[in-house]
Design a protein around this ligand. Structure first.
Ligand code: ATP
Ligand code: MG
Length: 390
């Protein structure tokens, strides 16, 4: 972004986003609420963000014509998807402000680079080895087992991950992912998982959302709980400080999420970063005075960042496609009316017409005056929907 003069883009300007998924859709909603025009680049004619944007360019992320159209329409461009080719971001950055920068997105795209960045920032991560060759695979230290083999690129929602307990399983697992570059991470004894979202402006000013406590099921985020007592306060402040240093060290501009593990011995370990708003930050739409998507709009438009304030304890429940199937494969509509009869329940659906097992279809934000009330209502909503208690 440094190649371009830093000046606020007034409402009425056009903000673009690479990627048309649900994160793009919620960015578009936030941008439009503030009076911006929006453009989405995504090849899918029915993409959640494309459906609600003023402009929808239906090409691939590397299509030169699509990128040229986006550059012509927009005053600044962001991304909602970390696997957008960094070269496309770099090409756009030659023509207009792009945030986050290609260099920062490239770090988040590659688990090996990401871990090297954590080491540079002095933030502990899981012991790991990079595996790019059969020799490196054979030389992996025994104490990394049992471990998780993760493809270095293109993983999400637990995809591209294989748990291994022996050298023989590691060899088979690496073969099963096609021998692509990977990292092997030691399997850690987790006590809990949490994440922190920060927004960093061009001027280096950083603000943060409160620490989010996350529950994953089958490698997919299921529940996020956000209230003061959700984790020990000294760990929460450590996580915020680590996130800010990761963002500062990258000279990051935009919204960044950092995922952490808290180990059974009480120590904090960084897992991975997402160079965009994050599923675990969705509570901010209803529980905070500024949402993660408004923060993304403000960073992209060069507007001031005020420290967000959480005004209600919150629980977020992910709504996966599984809820659209009764027993096995019989289609059903989840009981929205019953769920919405509960106090403080906010329904967000992404406009996806086809429900699939494991597909993120939407989320529920539950807000209440107290953490206990938010949890109790969330458990009632979960029971109505067939989501396991937590
Ligand atoms: P997403 O994009 O949805 O965040 P991902 O596919 O990038 O997920 P990770 O965040 O690396 O995957 O891992 C998914 C989940 O697997 C973690 O949230 C955690 O529950 C578990 N996990 C990952 N790495 C480890 C580890 N080293 N030790 C123990 N559990 C782990
Ligand atoms: Mg993750």
């Amino acid at each position: 972004m440094t190649a371009h003069p830093i000046r606020p883009l007034a409402p009425g300007s056009t903000l673009g986003v690479l990627g048309g998924g649900q994160l793009g859709r919620m960015f578009v909603h936030a941008a439009q609420a503030m009076g911006y025009f929006t453009a989405v680049l995504d090849a899918d004619p029915a993409s959640p963000a494309g459906l609600v944007s003023h402009h929808h360019i239906q090409t691939g992320y590397e299509d030169p014509d699509g990128l040229a159209q986006l550059a012509a329409l927009c005053d600044a461009v962001t991304t909602e998807f970390e696997n957008v080719p960094a070269v496309s971001l770099a090409a756009l950055a030659g023509q207009l402000p792009v945030a986050p920068a290609a260099r920062a997105v490239a770090v988040a795209q590659d688990r090996a680079q990401e871990k090297a960045h954590f080491v540079r920032c002095g933030v502990p991560c899981a012991p790991y080895a990079v595996i790019e060759t059969a020799e490196q695979r054979a030389a992996v230290p025994q104490d990394l087992l049992p471990g998780i083999l993760k493809t270095a690129r293109m993983g999400y929602d637990g995809k591209g991950q294989v748990r291994v307990t022996s050298a023989a399983e590691l060899a088979a697992a690496w073969e099963s992912v096609g021998g692509v570059p990977c990292v092997l991470e030691k399997m850690l004894p987790l006590a809990l998982e949490c994440s922190v979202i920060v927004a960093r402006g061009h001027d280096g000013h950083v603000v943060n959302l409160p620490v989010q406590r996350n529950l994953h099921r089958d490698g997919i985020l299921a529940v996020t709980e956000v209230y003061e007592e959700n984790m020990p306060p000294e760990l929460a402040s450590q996580a915020v400080a680590a996130t800010k240093s990761i963002a500062n060290e990258l000279q990051y501009v935009g919204v960044l999420c950092v995922e952490f593990f808290v180990l059974q011995d009480g120590s904090l370990v960084v897992n991975e970063i997402a160079p965009r708003p994050h599923n675990s930050g969705h509570h901010s739409q209803n529980a905070c005075d500024v949402s993660q998507f408004e923060l993304q709009v403000r960073t992209l438009a060069g507007l001031p960042l005020a420290q967000p304030r959480q005004h209600s304890p919150a629980v977020m429940l992910n709504l996966l496609g599984d809820l659209w199937f009764a027993h096995g494969d019989t289609a059903q509509t989840p009981p929205w009316a019953e769920v919405l009869a509960l106090p403080g329940v906010h329904l967000h659906l992404y406009g996806k017409t086809l429900a699939k097992h494991g597909r993120k279809m939407g989320h529920l934000n539950i807000t209440a005056p107290t953490a206990a009330a938010a949890r109790a209502t969330a458990l009632q909503a979960a029971a109505l929907l067939g989501i396991a208690p937590f």
